[in-house]
Ligand binder design. Structure first.
Ligand code: 4AD
Length: 472
């Protein structure tokens, strides 16, 4: 860009040097010192001698200030309109904004009637407010920052796995299994079969569902590849309208073969979590700053604790003891054999020092058929080698386990649950070259809630889908 600037003056040169630091602000081309920028108007001030226009192309948290002669102002140049600005760069006197464009022309490419436009210039929207405009909310600077942070977390996730030698697998969205056995399935039918006279006819000849987890397909792959992962949309017909449940969310799932014990799974969860959190905290400071206007002030102070490794680890039985010995009056009375409720999860994270905490070795009946059975404990209670990761303010963000690799034990369990016929193929995996293995699934939106300090899961995903709500 500097080479292209040809006849630029010293201040232009300085501006261009500064532009190196904010090059993402500008898209477009430079022609002999001229700059062409396309974007949307985020601010406008018309003074007697000068016109100021703030333009953003969404690529970073900054807007680029355009300075122009007031004669370039037109009635079409309004907040929200799309523009193409041509001009020359110069160093800006404002430190927060290294360069500005002195415009020679401003062309309005797409008009935006300020009276009709639902977003208002001077209004600072909360994330919750922008939900009213699902098709426009990405134009709000704070939500735009959040979407950029989400993209960074996505790349950091892939980078972690690739650096650790995992193979990415595209597990299917359409499936015939209910991996978790919780019955929260979306049944898929084609419009063709639904309209046909024989309403019982299935497109696939057997019922098909949107996947609730890619785990079983990953387990297939873990019979040929040592470490595999998948990262994609996951669906649960969950009618709870809580702040941490969606009908469509994204899960990061991994499966590791030749494990020595549950600790191998725990270490990978911890490694992934810290790597993604660290990446966001170190590489996105201006977007984080922009988002802070929408988050609780105390959140910032909590962030370091998310990286306090090794994470705390307690067994489910210890967790129940802690809950039963606490002075807190829980709505749901904690009892061995019952699932932990959100109030219990939050209490445990706080009790352990406001840090992430693993809860291991759960009662067998609380976990799906695939979890590996432990030896019975001193009270003859049956547990499985499974783990949940709980984090402050959110609760459970990740669940994992060793998988039952022993054919006879798995067969007996499937039989007891009446699943033997449907899972013959899964049992086959234990017949042919079965090895100890385990894995986990991390809720990507809950991780984002945790690291960004966003109370409601609907505000960390571009298009939230939940019970009674699937707009656009
Ligand atoms: O604990 P879950 O149900 O585990 C599984 O699906 C395993 N098969 C994963 C595996 O081992 N490969 O779900 C894993 C995580 C939860 O800890 C939670 O963070 C997230 O997925 N999750 C949801 N996130 C948003 N909305 C929902 N309705 C969610 N249900 C689960």
């Amino acid at each position: 860009r500097r080479a292209e600037s040809g006849g630029a003056s010293d201040s232009d040169g300085e501006g261009l040097r500064r532009l190196e630091n904010v090059r993402d602000v500008l898209r477009g081309s430079t022609r002999s010192g001229r700059v062409l920028m396309q974007g949307w108007v985020q601010g406008l001030r018309v003074q007697k001698d000068v016109l100021f226009v703030d333009v953003s192309d969404g690529s970073c948290s900054r807007v680029l200030q355009v300075i122009a002669d007031p004669s370039l102002h037109s009635s079409n140049l309004t907040f929200g309109s799309a523009v193409e600005v041509e001009g020359r760069l110069q160093a800006s006197p404002f430190p927060a904004q290294p360069v500005e464009i002195v415009a020679s022309s401003i062309v309005v490419l797409g008009t935006c009637d300020p009276l009709e436009y639902p977003l208002k210039r001077k209004h600072r929207y909360s994330l919750e407010n922008t939900r009213r405009y699902p098709h426009l909310r990405c134009r709000d600077p704070a939500f735009a920052a959040l979407l950029r942070l989400r993209a960074v977390a996505t790349s950091a996730t892939h980078k972690f796995f690739q650096d650790q030698g995992y193979l990415q697998i595209h597990t299917p969205i359409l499936t015939s299994n209910d991996c978790e056995g919780a019955g929260e399935l979306f049944h898929v039918q084609s419009s063709h079969t639904a309209d046909s006279q024989d309403a019982r006819k299935e497109f696939f000849n057997s019922p098909a569902y949107l996947t609730v987890s890619g785990q079983l397909h990953l387990e297939v792959m873990a019979g040929a590849f040592r470490k595999v992962y998948t990262f994609g949309p996951t669906f649960r017909a969950d009618s709870s309208q809580s702040r941490r449940h969606l009908a469509e969310f994204h899960m990061v799932e991994a499966e590791i073969s030749f494990t020595q014990g549950l600790q191998d799974v725990i270490q990978e969860i911890e490694g992934l979590y810290c790597s993604v959190v660290r990446h966001i905290l170190t590489s996105c400071s201006s977007d984080l700053e922009l988002l802070r206007r929408c988050t609780a002030p105390e959140h910032k102070a909590k962030l370091d604790k998310l990286l306090s490794i090794p994470f705390k680890s307690i067994t489910y039985s210890e967790a129940i003891d802690i809950l039963q010995n606490s002075a807190k009056a829980f709505h749901f009375v904690p009892d061995w054999g019952k699932d932990l409720q959100r109030e219990h999860e939050l209490y445990l994270a706080t009790h352990c020092g406001d840090v992430p905490v693993f809860v291991t070795d759960w009662p067998r009946e609380l976990k799906p058929f695939y979890a590996r059975q432990n030896e019975t404990d001193e009270h003859s209670r049956m547990t499985v080698a499974s783990v949940d990761l709980l984090v402050p303010d959110i609760g459970e963000v990740c669940g994992g386990s060793l998988r039952e690799e022993r054919e006879s034990v798995l067969q007996e369990r499937l039989n007891r649950l009446g699943l033997l016929d449907s899972y013959q193929w899964y049992l086959d995996l234990r017949k042919y070259g079965s090895v100890p293995h385990g894995g986990f699934g991390l809720g990507f939106e809950r991780l984002l809630q945790n690291v960004l300090g966003i109370p409601n899961i609907r505000d960390v995903i571009p298009f939230p889908r939940l019970y009674h709500s699937c707009p656009l």
